[in-house]
Design a protein around this ligand. Sequence first.
Ligand code: ADP
Ligand code: ADP
Ligand code: MG
Length: 650
Amino acid sequence: MFSKILIANRGEIACRIIRTARKLGIDTVAVYSDADAASLHVAMADEAVHIGASPVGESYLRAERIIAAAKQTGAEAIHPGYGFLSENPNFVDQVAAAGLVFIGPSAASIRAMGLKDAAKRLMEKAGVPVVPGYHGEAQDIVLLATKAREIGYPVLIKARAGGGGKGMRRVDHPDDFSEALSGARREAKAAFGDDRVLVEKYVDKPRHIEVQVFGDNFGNAVHLYERDCSAQRRHQKVIEEAPAPDMTPALRKAMTDAAVKAAKAIQYSGAGTIEFIVDASKGLLADRFWFMEMNTRLQVEHPVTEMITGVDLVEWQLRVASGEKLPKAQDEIALSGHAFEARLYAEDATKGFLPAIGTLHHLRFPETAPAGASMRVETGVRQGDAISPYYDPMIAKLVVHGPDRASALAALGEALAGTEIAGSVTNTAFLAALAADEDFAAGDVDTGLIGRKQEALTAIALPGDDVIATAALAAADVSIPRNGSDPWSSLVGYAHFHAGARRIRLKAGDEEIAARITARDDGGFDVATETGVHALRAGGGKRLARWPGHVTVFAGATGYSFGVPDPLAKADDAGAGVGNLRAPMPGLVKVVRSVAGDVVVKGQPLLILEAMKMEHTIAAPHDGTIAEIATEGAQVTDGTVLVRFAETEA
Ligand code: ADP
Ligand code: ADP
Ligand code: MG
């Protein structure tokens, strides 16, 4: 076994790998970018090496710096985690050339599966069922359109270099083919630098079911059952589970056999996942599943497999990479109970899952597992850490396990309802709505489920009057909240000395809410809102968080955030009275639409900021004359002035 390894990743997966390494007595080296200098994975590792600036291209994707860090610290092997360099065969070659071990498959295995078209041709040859379609080299549009017609609509155009759901277009009618093709090509070119595509049959009532496989360097390969990842939005996984609901013995046998066959066909070593698409329109049938792609790495959702098999997949990765044989034979791997994983993200489900950033001023996960279940919270952040625009905005993965699907799902609902996050918008309420959905609960899932019900699943529940009253009372307290301190301390004193009423203004979005608070003789408070008077007490088990300028009240899995206008902040605002425009987040100034001297009107688009992999149009906040404007191509940080307006005579 290794005595020291380097982890070429960040966030929850780096922390998760460190935990297993520590269990096995292996020292760990973390690498980090500027943005991650104070992050959890750095704090957890035995040593840490700074590898560059925050953008991934200047740090986590810099193979030579990562390898140098390993050499310099005496690490013997590199674990790539997922994403970043994990499926880059050139990196694997470089690691080997430096005399280090790559904890993962061979470069040849990664190359064999790296492009979806070549992988499909290879799998066809190995006798693995493959989605019917065209996986050839020729790419002219007439040929592709003819192939699409032969395959039969609907078809799916897919970037051969694709990943993360990018470069994919479903086409329902021949008339739409050429436009969809250009769209897929454009996206593929931008994301992967490769615009070649394949065309395949769009499977009816598709379910995404994948098989975890594991191989060693002695020709052994086993499977660790399946995971169902059909709950997807825009082809990205949202809640995963194992085993698949209503899996039949016949289909499981056929799929796991095919998966092991696929792994053996490429002499696969380490952890891998064979993704299949299943036509569930007539139930789960043993001849209605097809190979989609292989992910030659540890998968984000690997914990659900660990929960049902009791296997530590990272431990197996370390053992196999250090030259040991697979710890278990196929017949020693048993399946027990049911597990779910929910991916908690900083994103706005109500705005098309727009990624968000922010400081996690309040972050609390349930401390104990719901009754009868076990739970794992996989996270790379602590309270006070920030979700930055540089990386995937994942906050945590909530993983639960119960004796059966119903109890595990109930546990997931409870775990989500017990999660409190304030400081950034999150998808917690959306995940809870999905976990509570009747079709999802019945196991009647397919990849279209979320899309069909998106409106209901992402509807914003309005805060109840009791929530508003609680927020108003919390806002009336002026003590500075500190981690773990009683958020009500000054309010209690206030009650003793102030008999009169106090007016509170809250902001919910653009709306202003007024409340009036009076102290009662019994030590409680009457909070009058537009709709009624609530008798409340300070403290007393209310779930809330106060953070700069805000109060968040938690009800179930929903966090209701209110702005608390701060009378002291007024003076500051006045200083910037002309309303200079600042960058809401770090990013790249992509397009500039105005020049100094322009007279602009409120709402007029002035520039486009690219941040969080999306484009944000920045509009004029008021009428005015531009004195100065950012230059195209400039990299700006949070708060940088993008537009300075000319002083106006008051
Ligand atoms: P999975 O099925 O495991 O979600 P994906 O291919 O969608 O597989 O990506 C796995 C994870 O790796 C994603 O959640 C994403 O956060 C991360 N990832 C993918 N590509 C990159 C990249 N280029 N840089 C950083 N992270 C990435
Ligand atoms: P990526 O590399 O982006 O993960 P995949 O080939 O794994 O690409 O496909 C991503 C998702 O797209 C799948 O999980 C599935 O939901 C959907 N999908 C892929 N192929 C098909 C198909 N032939 N029919 C229906 N849905 C598909
Ligand atoms: Mg995939």
